[in-house]
Write a protein that binds this ligand. Structure first.
Ligand SMILES: [Fe+2]
Ligand SMILES: [Fe+2]
Length: 471
């Protein structure tokens, strides 16, 4: 079962060939997907051989195979984690009942909406990143970009499989729609805000893969607990792939910081922009933007939807099964700072209504670890600069803090005071112009652009100067 059938047009471990109807539906969707990939995927690199990993099994060890392939030939497929025999729903109102192998009628619309919303983010990010190949700071980075892209494409397949297999005609229509919305298109945008933001430079890409992909991780963690078993199994395998995306972001930002720190140490009186590096304050502003935007993806702090999803057994807390907490979450309350009538005050919220915030707590804690990692790099170079994670109230567009103005450390401010600080806290037009001016490709093996240090090691045991992309 763990093995993946690669003899099929669509590689899978769900025995697709025994369900002819579904197989036909997916095979009909495949050329439309490839058209979308050619129109909206990475531009101009489809004929190049790229050192990519492909899933060959869903086992924890040895699941990936590395080889040079051209992206349109990548074997996008349907891979679900192994089923747990006799799995039960382990939280919410259906606690203890058998996990669903089919969609329960009462939750059909809710589940479809959740799967479509998750599915929509996957092609959106590919669209956002489609031009970045032209300005990659090294062949290693170029390869990582494409690895992320093909796997986001596979995540779309993962969601489209669920839609087509379990939601009949509606599901097929949703699968078409997923190829029709476009990131940033005012008439037909992607569903969630962050996925319509332009991501046109590599500093943004590294912030995106650090913060936006990490939102993805936590959404997947909560869906991996789902009582709808095919969704849970799908998400469990997606998490394995997702880890690499965050690695790309985290180490990418780390290398930008390392390069700047190195130049600052060696040239204590010089402005690092003279060397084509990115000032640390500027990196911090990009972090502030992408982190605050990604905080919005968790939704409102107090949410009846979140409560309903939990009650229904559809979306659990991250690692719900291992938490050892009341699996019904009925008694506990969550103490929350709310923004009301122009001031912050403490409010007791029934835990189920605070489930978005519970998930955001885990996200913030994970992000804090990333900041520690950045600051260790500063310390290593005796640099006094310290990165900080913006407070979750900072620069929010969704939720209870969206009406207020909050500093990086979460204090309420007047709109005027905030405005005066904005260019210190968020990327200014000058920052963006400067970062953009650095975006010239470096395609020479073993070399990197001026603004980034080489990675500590290569991919899959290969050296940094390996020909990750054959140009
Ligand atoms: Fe993804
Ligand atoms: Fe991702």
């Amino acid at each position: 079962m763990a093995g993946i059938d690669y003899d099929q047009k669509i590689p899978n471990n769900v025995d697709l060939k025994s369900d002819k109807r579904l197989q036909r539906a997916l095979e009909k969707w495949l050329p439309k997907y490839l058209d979308w990939w050619r129109d909206m995927g990475p531009t101009d690199f489809n004929e190049k051989d790229i050192y990519l990993r492909t899933a060959v099994s869903v086992d924890r060890d040895g699941w990936a195979h590395f080889d040079h392939v051209q992206m349109p030939d990548y074997r996008w497929g349907i891979f679900l984690a192994e089923p747990e025999p006799d799995r039960k729903i382990h939280f919410g109102d259906h606690l203890g009942q058998d996990a669903w192998q089919q969609v329960p009628g009462e939750y059909r619309n809710t589940l479809r909406r959740i799967i479509v919303t998750q599915g929509d983010t996957e092609p959106a990010s590919v669209e956002q990143q489609r031009l970045l190949g032209h300005t990659a700071p090294s062949l290693y980075d170029l390869r990582n970009l494409f690895q992320v892209n093909v796997e986001e494409g596979r995540h779309l397949w993962a969601m489209v499989y669920l839609l087509q297999a379990y939601f009949g005609r509606d599901g097929r229509e949703e699968a078409e729609e997923l190829l029709e919305r476009r990131s940033g298109n005012p008439d037909h945008p992607r569903i969630l805000g962050t996925f319509n933001e332009p991501c046109e430079d590599w500093l943004s890409f590294f912030c995106f893969t650090t913060y936006t992909d990490r939102d993805g991780k936590f959404q997947l963690l909560s869906l991996a607990e789902s009582g709808f078993d095919p969704l849970a199994r799908t998400c469990r395998f997606m998490l394995t792939e997702e880890a690499h995306h965050m690695f790309v972001g985290q180490t990418g930002l780390g290398r930008v910081i390392e390069r700047t720190c190195q130049l600052m140490r060696d040239n204590p009186d010089a402005d690092v922009t003279k060397f084509g590096a990115i000032p640390l304050e500027m990196v911090q502003r990009y972090i502030n933007f992408w982190n605050s935007s990604s905080n919005d993806l968790f939704g409102g702090e107090i949410s009846s939807n979140a409560s309903n999803f939990f009650a229904a057994g559809i979306k659990g807390r991250a690692h719900e099964a291992k938490l050892g907490k009341d699996p019904k979450a009925l008694e506990e309350i969550y103490n929350m700072e709310v923004w009301e009538n122009g001031r912050l005050s403490s409010q007791e919220v029934p835990l189920r209504n605070a489930m978005n915030e519970v998930l955001r707590d885990d996200y913030v804690a994970d992000n804090e670890k990333g900041i520690v990692y950045f600051n260790k790099i500063c310390q290593k170079f005796d640099n006094d600069f310290r990165f900080q994670l913006p407070h979750r109230r900072f620069n929010r567009k969704i939720g209870i803090y969206a009406d207020g103005h909050f500093s990086l450390t979460g204090e309420a401010m007047t709109p005027e005071a905030w405005k005066a600080k904005e260019s210190e806290w968020l990327p200014s037009p000058e920052d963006k112009a400067y970062v953009k001016s650095l975006m010239v490709p470096c395609y020479e093996r073993g070399k990197t652009a001026s603004w980034i240090a080489p990675p500590a090691k290569g991919i899959n045991g290969q050296p940094f100067d390996y020909d990750y992309v054959k140009l």
